[in-house]
Structures are given as structure tokens and as C-alpha cells.
Design a protein around this ligand. Structure first.
Ligand code: AMP
Ligand code: GLY
Length: 423
């Protein structure tokens, strides 16, 4: 029987802990730092996800069999490199391989080398040069800060005034630090997330999901970390999916091996179905959040087996996925993604509708009571045989959570439901 350490403390890690809890091989799960919901399914330990030394110390002194990394910050901090040099088993990419996410420019170079379709781009560190280039291109312009910015480093500028303000902020101001900006062409079409477990050139795809990045209904307002997600996307055909698997995910995996930075963890393709075919918007080097909360409940295989095989660099069987669909709604604190307060009491329902589940994203326990502890607080997920059924069930759960400080989008899965009606 195995002891597992999960690094991270959001909804994604709750979904990972939940999936590990279904493994017959797993005896004990620790989560660093975890949250109040995770604490019901694992033992939470107060270690920060980027405190590599303390994580290593914990894994060694507690004879952890396998560590699973959730957040990109931990990968970028070199947690995988440190664990591997100490002979510990860990699921996640080295810092060198994680550059597919941590550097937009690196990702663009990989795509260029292997002919992966993406928006054309130029990269700048000088504000004047960037502004001159943007002025010479059609609007809207897409400006991406080259570094980790928690999903908030992308600005779609509709005119030169907006572009100028964003470039100043990213290249001259203090808020982002010294970096580069990738300026790329604006693409249009439905977006979807395609994640796969990747070990070198071995790629095991997961079901497709769609995130909802904007804060308000109708895709209005600023970008967030994600306000909801669902699987079973009727507007992405089998041909688009196999194109993306063979010509995007596999190509990138092969290229990373050839440059000596093999992937070993999750590769997340943020893709768009444009009039010209499927193109890449971004890559992440980890499970997506909130996509993981809707994808992992559909895994019928033993996730420990997959994590361990990837961590050991050996093949595993093709994972088995349920044909059900899932959909999940994020409850966020009013004010998010801007300023918000913490510590609002949450009253959870005594029982939840069959097939539904609340993943905790940012919660804590205070004086025995559950309180908010983040911008995104809970994700109410439901599973059913149809999207419409899953939607009703997820919103029933949402409506039974009592916390006036929280809000959510009411139109999660709209694009999928509309496409379903048209088929
Ligand atoms: P990213 O952090 O790169 O995923 O970008 C955040 C969001 O900005 C994406 O989910 C898209 O909605 C939007 N976006 C990024 N790049 C482009 C692009 N080239 N064209 C249109 N929208 C984009
Ligand atoms: N859902 C987008 C992300 O995980 O970055």
C-alpha cells in the first residue's frame, strides 16, 4: 500500500486527491498545503507549494512512495529536479520542461520548430519597439507578458491607447517585473482544453474540456483563473481531436525529447478551433484548473498506476474514461478577480444531489466553521449522461451553498448546450 504526497491546495489538487482516494493501492494521502475540503480526504501539512527543501524533507522523513505536483510555481521552483536528484519518485516536469508553460517565447519556438499551428508573433523587451510593431498590425492585438502571471498576463487591446497602456504596464511599470512581451495576432473561434499524461513521446489523452475565463456571463469582464468548465464538447469533432492529438500534443512531446527536456507529467493544450483549423493559444505544464475538477471524475482507471508509470518512465495501459459528461460552476468571492476579502462563513448543504460534488478551491476552517480563503472558493461539479442533466444538478448544488459573499456565472456550458441543440 502506497503513501502519496500531493503538492498544492486548490480545486485541482482536491480533484487529484479525490481521484487518488479511489485507487486500491493508495493507503494514505498527504497534501501540502491543502485546504479545508481536501482535509476531509487527506492529511494536510502546512508546507508552501514552492518550499522545495521542506517538501523534500517531509517526503523523505515520511517514506512517501510518490509525490504529485499540482501548481506550475512548484515545477518552476525545481521541485521535480530536487526530488529526482534525491532519488524520490515524483509526477511532474523538470523546470527545463516546464518552460513550455513558464516562457511564452520558448513555447512559440517549440511550435515553430515542429510546425504546430499558432498565431504569428514577435517578442519584445523594449517598450518603443513593441509599440511600433503593434501600431503596424491590425487590432485587436494580443499582448502576453512572458512569465508566470496566473492567467492574468494577457491583454487583448482593441486600439492603440489600450495597447500602449498595457505595454507600459508590462515593460516599463513595476507591477510585472523585468520581462518580455509576446505580441501575437488575434484568433477567433471556440476555445477548448486538451490535456494528456505525457512521458517522453508517450501521450495518453484525456477527455476535452472547456473553461470559462471571463468573470461574468456572456464572456464579459476581465480574465480570471477560470469560472467553470465542462466536458463533452459537441462542437469539437473527432477529426479535430485527432488532429490536435497527432499534430499538436504528440509533436510537442517529440520535440521536447529531441531538445533534451522530455516532458514527464501533464501537457495542457489551450486550443482554439478557428476557421483555419485548430490552433494553439497556450500550453500549460500541469493539470488545468478548473478543467481537472471536471475531467478526473471521469477516469475509470487507477490514477496511481498512471502517475507512477509516468514518474518511472515506463509505459502504462491506455487510461479508461467514462462516457458520462461533467460540468462544474465556480463560486468566487465578490470582487474577484480584483480585490476581495477573506474569512466569510460558508454553510454547506447537509446532503448533495446524487452525482454532484463540491471541490474546494480556497477554503479554510476557523473555529470549527468553514470560511472563504481565496478568490475562487468552491467548484460545484455534477456528472450525468447529458450536459443538460449535469447542468441542472450542478446549479442545484450551487443554490444550496449558503454564503452571500459568493457569486458565480449562470451560463456555464452554454456553448456546449447550444451546439447540442443544433446537432
Ligand atoms: P492565455 O493565458 O495565453 O491562455 O490567454 C488567456 C486568454 O486570452 C485565452 O484563453 C484567450 O481567450 C485569450 N487569448 C490569448 N491569446 C489569444 C489570441 N492569439 N487570440 C485571441 N484570444 C487570445
Ligand atoms: N484553466 C486554465 C489554466 O489552468 O490555466
Amino acid at each position: 500500500m502506497k503513501k502519496v504526497l500531493v503538492i498544492g491546495g486548490g480545486g485541482r489538487e482536491h480533484a487529484i486527491v479525490d481521484a487518488l482516494g479511489r485507487s486500491p493501492q493508495v493507503e494514505k494521502i498527504y497534501c501540502a498545503p491543502g485546504n479545508a475540503g481536501i482535509a476531509l480526504q487527506a492529511e494536510c501539512i502546512p508546507i508552501k507549494d514552492t518550499d522545495v527543501e521542506a517538501l523534500l524533507e517531509f517526503a523523505q522523513s515520511n517514506s512517501i512512495d510518490l509525490t504529485v505536483v499540482g501548481p506550475e510555481a512548484a515545477l518552476a521552483a525545481g521541485v521535480v529536479d530536487a526530488f529526482r536528484s534525491s532519488g524520490l519518485k515524483i509526477f511532474g516536469h523538470t523546470a527545463a520542461a516546464a518552460r513550455i508553460e513558464t516562457s511564452k517565447e520558448f513555447a512559440k519556438q517549440v511550435m515553430e520548430r515542429c510546425g504546430v499551428p499558432t498565431a504569428s508573433y514577435r517578442s519584445f523587451s523594449d517598450y518603443q519597439d513593441a509599440l511600433a510593431y503593434v501600431s503596424s498590425r491590425p487590432f485587436p492585438a494580443v499582448l502576453k507578458y512572458d512569465g508566470l502571471a496566473a492567467g492574468k498576463g494577457v491583454v487583448i487591446a482593441n486600439n492603440l491607447v489600450e495597447a500602449d497602456a498595457a505595454l507600459k504596464d508590462m515593460l516599463v511599470g513595476e507591477s510585472f517585473g523585468k520581462g518580455r512581451v509576446v505580441v501575437e495576432d488575434y484568433l477567433e473561434g471556440p476555445e477548448f482544453s486538451f490535456m494528456a499524461f505525457v512521458d517522453g513521446t508517450r501521450v495518453y489523452p484525456m477527455p476535452l474540456a472547456q473553461d470559462h475565463k471571463r468573470v461574468y456571463d456572456g464572456d464579459k469582464g476581465p480574465n480570471t483563473g477560470g469560472m467553470g468548465a465542462y466536458t463533452g464538447l459537441p462542437f469539437i469533432g473527432a477529426d479535430d481531436r485527432s488532429f490536435a492529438l497527432d499534430n499538436i500534443l504528440r509533436k510537442v512531446a517529440e520535440n521536447m525529447v529531441s531538445i533534451g527536456a522530455p516532458l514527464s507529467g501533464v501537457l495542457y493544450g489551450g486550443l482554439m478551433k478557428t476557421a483555419d483549423g485548430v490552433k494553439v493559444i497556450e500550453f500549460n505544464a500541469r493539470f488545468g484548473d478548473p478543467e481537472t475538477e471536471v475531467v478526473l471524475p471521469l477516469l475509470d482507471s487507477d490514477i496511481y498506476e498512471i502517475f507512477e508509470a509516468v514518474a518511472e518512465g515506463r509505459p502504462c495501459g491506455e487510461p479508461i474514461w467514462s462516457s458520462d459528461v461533467t460540468m462544474g460552476v465556480v463560486l468566487a468571492t465578490k470582487g474577484y478577480p480584483g480585490h476581495y476579502e477573506k474569512g466569510f462563513p460558508i454553510e454547506m448543504p447537509d446532503s448533495v444531489p446524487t452525482g454532484s460534488f463540491a471541490f474546494h478551491m480556497g477554503t479554510a476552517l476557523r473555529n470549527e466553521g468553514l470560511v472563504t480563503a481565496g478568490g475562487r472558493v468552491l467548484m460545484c461539479v455534477a456528472r450525468a449522461s447529458s450536459l443538460a442533466e449535469a447542468r441542472t444538478c450542478a446549479y442545484t448544488l450551487v443554490d444550496n451553498v449558503r454564503c452571500p459573499a459568493l457569486f458565480c456565472r449562470r451560463d456555464i456550458a452554454r456553448q456546449g448546450l447550444e451546439a447540442e441543440r443544433e446537432i
